[in-house]
Write a protein that binds this ligand. Structure first.
Ligand code: ATP
Length: 272
């Protein structure tokens, strides 16, 4: 592997993750989710990971966030090994993971309150990010009064308010309707352009990957490794014109071929 450069934010080095399946610890009941996987994410990069279902995308994100430990290899964040939950990483899930008994304002303020930020400061910061995600006027609403898209915007505001170095998003828009999804994708690109967080984003949608990323990584069928890496050189804003360009089609075809090959392999793995 190349030596780490100064702007390397995350380095995943020869990571293997083996789960004991539900059948117990008998031989042959291990699931090798990731095998000898290495990758680097540069500071300010928007990396999108695509790959067949079950290839280990969520497992990888959980390891970067420190929710789980690798069986072998290591992950470095700013050059330091990740050994437990990393407060520098903000995680956003498909299911919004909001506190149902807290208002929008309280949800967004939660992390800052945990860090004992003075009330006035955290309110000002929450107000700012609630505004950025377009939820001004909903500060006192509870999650059950909000649509899926609005709840996801609360999650994004909460994450941004904590000022994470890295944002990890696991299929955050998968449960949303197409229109809402598009609005949130555009919003996320704007936030990315303004705040330049380092982002790792998982999706099953090649279009979403092309709209958002600066780099796309296709993972192999389980055990997950890198099958292909694509620098997304499409210009911003990735509007209708860009989406109809020949370069867009070319990249889409390239990724589709790669994903499809891995999906076929993963079906063989499942059949074994
Ligand atoms: N806690 C666990 N115990 C046992 N096996 C697990 C566990 N977590 C994940 N696995 C297995 O590891 C493999 C990778 O799972 P993972 O959820 O990372 O895949 P994924 O690429 O995110 O899938 P999807 O796209 O369907 O969300 C799968 O075969 C899964 O069944």
């Amino acid at each position: 592997m190349d030596p780490l450069t100064q702007d390397t934010k995350i380095a995943v080095q020869n990571v293997t993750k083996i789960f004991q399946s539900k059948q117990g610890k008998k031989q042959g009941h291990e699931v090798v989710a990731l095998k000898d996987l290495s990758l680097e994410v540069k500071d300010g990069e928007f990396l999108v990971i695509v790959g067949a279902s079950g290839c280990g995308k969520t497992t990888l994100l959980n390891l970067v966030a420190g929710f789980d430990k690798s069986s072998d290899g290591q992950i470095l964040l700013d050059g330091n090994p990740v050994t437990g939950i990393t407060p520098e990483c903000g995680m956003i899930f498909q299911q919004y993971a909001l506190f149902p008994w807290k208002t929008v304002q309280e949800n967004v303020e939660f992390g800052m309150k945990m860090k004992r930020m003075p009330r006035k400061d955290r309110k000002a910061r929450a107000d700012r990010f609630i505004d950025i995600v377009g939820l001004k006027g909903f500060e006192r609403s509870y999650p059950h009064h909000l649509s899926g898209g609005m709840k996801q915007r609360v999650s994004i505001a909460r994450s941004l308010a904590n000022d994470p170095k890295v944002m990890l998003l696991d299929e955050p828009f998968a449960a949303l309707d197409a229109m809402t999804r598009q609005v949130l994708q555009e919003q996320l690109v704007r936030i990315y352009e303004k705040h330049r967080k380092t982002i790792i984003f998982i999706t099953h949608s090649i279009d979403e990957a092309l709209l958002l990323s600066s780099r796309i990584m296709v993972m192999t069928a389980r055990p997950g490794r890198i099958a292909q890496e694509i620098i997304n050189d499409l210009p911003y804003p990735r509007n209708a014109e860009v989406q109809l360009s020949s370069r867009y089609m070319e990249l889409k075809r390239m990724i589709w071929d790669s994903v499809q090959a891995e999906v076929m392999k993963s079906m063989e793995v499942e059949a074994d």
